[in-house]
Design a protein around this ligand. Structure first.
Ligand code: NAD
Ligand code: PRE
Length: 375
């Protein structure tokens, strides 16, 4: 087991890894960041043993170096590491959201006897910074490693073991180019679509603020990631250009087909579009506890009066119906309030619908769905 780990970039991902390392292994963690306050905060919460703003100090004698900086900084940091006296047999890895370009630049390190293994934990958030870090962020998520064919098996095993222990994630090995194609489709393109839609509606809202006021579950669910960090996503897009151009061409073509179906009033084509999507989406493999859980949601119209939340909660509590989450949807004058209730168990959800309808509440039930839950 390595003894000293340097984590470069103590933000959301670096901070979460550092917390996991400190919580579940016996290693010493040295944090490197340009932001001294974040380093102090990381030390105060026990994510790192020491923090420094000097790269050479951070990596001195480190057995493993984890680069958790924005993608645009990773290649530059590899160049800088190449000029520093790293410990013999040191393993350098990164957490960048794109892999092919980074793995190519990691070859420089491998040339001098250091092992570089690209990495990407497949969990995260639209939030950033150490304050959003959590030791269980990666629990049950996939953590991709992209070693090259010549990489020592012992080094891959050593790193996998360390990361599995620290993150409770499931380690998988993948070719970096494959990684970029797949992650381009399931992560990078969705971020472009979300941001594009937010910007479009943002423009419409300039003339009419109802475009924002009426935004309900559909818009909010689809665009949560539209609030992600601009620098991170700038770098991600610019380091996966080829795959993204192909994906966007395909996307534009598919949207053009939907447009034609609407234009030509083709109900069968439109229905097929949604039928297929529904079937595929409902078979998306279940993410395990801590990332995505099965949830049952219903919405209750409530008069906007004090104590109403307590009243609904008591009504359900008396019938031993467990609510997993209760949220007041945006509530404005002259619009009745809406409570969003979430249940983990179908039985409780069904009983809640009955109980609320019996008590004359207007209830809108939503189908069972997978919902992101915080861990
Ligand atoms: N956010 C996600 O959902 C997610 C998920 C998986 C992987 N990643 C990858 O993780 C990496 C980090 O992302 P994050 O979300 O943790 O970002 P973040 O902004 O939360 O953290 C980045 C940290 O790096 C520091 N930093 C930035 N430039 C620096 C520099 N020049 N010198 C020293 N420190 C510097 C910042 O101060 C910050 O603490 C990125 O490469 C990203 O692609 C992100
Ligand atoms: O949950 C989110 O907010 C994320 O954007 C996480 C997400 C993703 O797209 O799924 C984002 C970038 C990563 O590199 C890995 C995971």
């Amino acid at each position: 087991m390595p003894e000293k780990i340097a984590v470069l970039g103590i933000g959301l991902i670096g901070g979460s890894l550092a917390l996991g390392l400190k919580e579940r292994t016996n290693v010493t963690v040295i944090g490197f960041d340009r932001n001294e306050q974040d380093l102090q905060f990381a030390k105060a919460i026990g994510a790192i043993d020491e923090g420094t703003t000097k790269l050479d100090e951070a990596v001195r004698d480190a057995d493993v170096v984890i680069i958790a900086l924005p993608v645009g900084k990773i290649k530059q940091t590899i160049e800088e590491l190449n000029l520093l006296p790293l410990k013999e047999n040191c393993i350098v890895t990164d957490v960048g959201s794109t892999k092919a370009e980074i793995v190519r630049s990691g070859r420089k390190l491998s040339g001098r006897g250091i092992t570089f293994i690209g990495g990407h934990p497949m969990a995260g958030s639209h939030q950033s910074g150490i304050k959003a870090a959590r030791s269980l962020l990666f629990e049950n998520a996939y953590y991709v490693l992209t070693p090259e064919p010549h990489t020592s098996l012992a080094a891959v095993q050593k790193l996998s073991r360390l990361l599995a222990l620290a993150t409770k994630a499931e380690l998988v090995i993948m070719d970096p180019v494959h990684h970029d194609r797949i992650v381009g489709a399931i992560s990078h393109l969705p971020h472009i679509i979300a941001a594009g839609l937010v910007n479009m509606v943002g423009d419409y809202k300039e003339d009419n603020e109802w475009f924002h006021r009426l935004a309900a579950g559909g818009f909010r669910d689809l665009t949560r990631i539209g609030a992600s960090h601009p620098i991170m996503w700038r770098d991600v897009l610019l380091t996966n250009r080829e795959e993204l151009i192909k994906l966007m061409d395909d996307w534009i073509e598919r949207m053009a087909r939907v447009r034609s179906a609407i234009m030509e009033t083709d109900p069968e084509c439109i229905e097929h579009f949604f039928t297929r999507s529904r079937a595929i989406r409902s078979k998306l493999p279940d993410r395990k506890k801590g990332i995505l859980e099965r949830r049952y949601t219903l919405y209750v119209d409530v008069p906007d009066r004090p104590g109403i939340i307590g009243k609904v909660a008591t009504l359900l509590g008396e019938k031993e119906i467990n609510i997993s989450n209760l949220e007041v949807m945006e509530n404005r004058e002259e619009i009745p309030g809406v409570l969003k209730l979430t249940f983990k168990q179908e039985k409780h959800y069904q009983n809640a619908i009955m109980a609320l309808r019996e008590a004359n509440y207007v209830v809108f039930a939503e189908e069972e769905r997978l919902e992101e839950v915080s861990v």
